[in-house]
Write a protein that binds this ligand. Structure first.
Ligand code: NDP
Length: 236
């Protein structure tokens, strides 16, 4: 049976690019997002026998239901990618509490809960997890303190979990992208921002996806944070 890879946030952007590469490698995909139609479209374009699921990672019951359904329809999950994420940029002084909570629930708690749900299967059979962080979680940025906390928290979580489950042959890593051309960044002014990027441009989702797939498949790498940012961190 093909190994199963669940991609939360797989309907668009970075997660969708990861799903495309993993499908090309012959894995069976579970594409997860809140919008089921978008997840179905992403799963459909992969060809083959891939499935779509609707799940809001900020809701624990949704996550539990989704993992039960995935196990029933696809079997145990070997690879987990947490690419579901949101940003609500604002100076802290103007930040609405509801926006702070939704970023932490989606970006941090949501990933913790999918890891917890996956772990029940992975400690039996081994597995590999990649959480998508951000260079902002490592370096910080004006107007992104809460987003930065959610992504920085993901690094601490992933490194601790990597230690906790290594003996069970489960690996946990983080990819920390810089600016990547997706729906999340389409409102940004690339012309202006690219001046600070040594490689002189925003990244493409597939360029981040290659790093995610590398970590998913690298049997001797765990607890690592792989920065994929065109050198942006060198200037921050
Ligand atoms: P997109 O906005 O293109 O895609 C986000 C994906 O996450 C969609 O599939 C969306 O589907 C899903 N999603 C959002 N909220 C939830 C939720 N509550 N439950 C389930 N799924 C959800 O974003 P990107 O591809 O750009 O970002 C992917 C990850 O990479 C995010 O964690 C982001 O923070 C991170 N990142 C992105 C960077 C960039 O420059 N683009 C830079 C650094 C990090 P739906 O809306 O249907 O739920």
């Amino acid at each position: 049976m093909d190994k199963v890879c669940a991609v939360f946030g797989g309907s668009r952007g970075i997660g969708r690019a990861v799903a495309q590469l993993m499908a090309q490698k012959g894995y069976r995909l579970a594409i997860v997002s809140r919008n089921l139609e978008m997840a179905r479209a992403a799963a459909g374009e992969l060809g083959g026998d891939h499935l779509a699921f609707s799940c809001d990672v900020s809701k624990e019951q949704d996550i539990q239901n989704t993992f039960e359904e995935m196990e029933k329809r696809l079997g145990p999950v070997h690879f987990l990618v947490n690419a579901a994420g949101i940003n609500r940029d604002s100076l802290l002084i103007r930040a609405k509490t509801e926006d702070m909570v939704s970023q932490l629930h989606t970006n941090l708690l949501g990933s913790m809960l999918t890891c917890k749900a996956a772990m029940k299967m992975m400690i039996q059979q081994g597995g590999s997890i990649v959480n998508v962080g951000s260079i902002i979680g490592l370096k910080g940025n004006v107007g992104q303190s809460v987003y930065s906390a959610s992504k920085g928290g993901l690094v601490g979580f992933s490194r601790a979990l990597a230690k906790e489950v290594a003996r069970k042959k489960v690996r946990v890593n983080v990819v920390a992208p810089g600016f990547v051309r997706t729906d999340m960044t389409k409102h940004l002014k690339e012309e202006h921002l690219k001046k600070n990027i040594p490689l002189g441009r925003f990244g493409e989702a597939v360029e981040v996806a290659h790093a995610v797939v590398f970590l998913l498949e690298s049997p001797y790498v765990t607890g690592h944070v792989l920065v994929v940012d065109g050198g942006l961190q060198l200037t921050m």
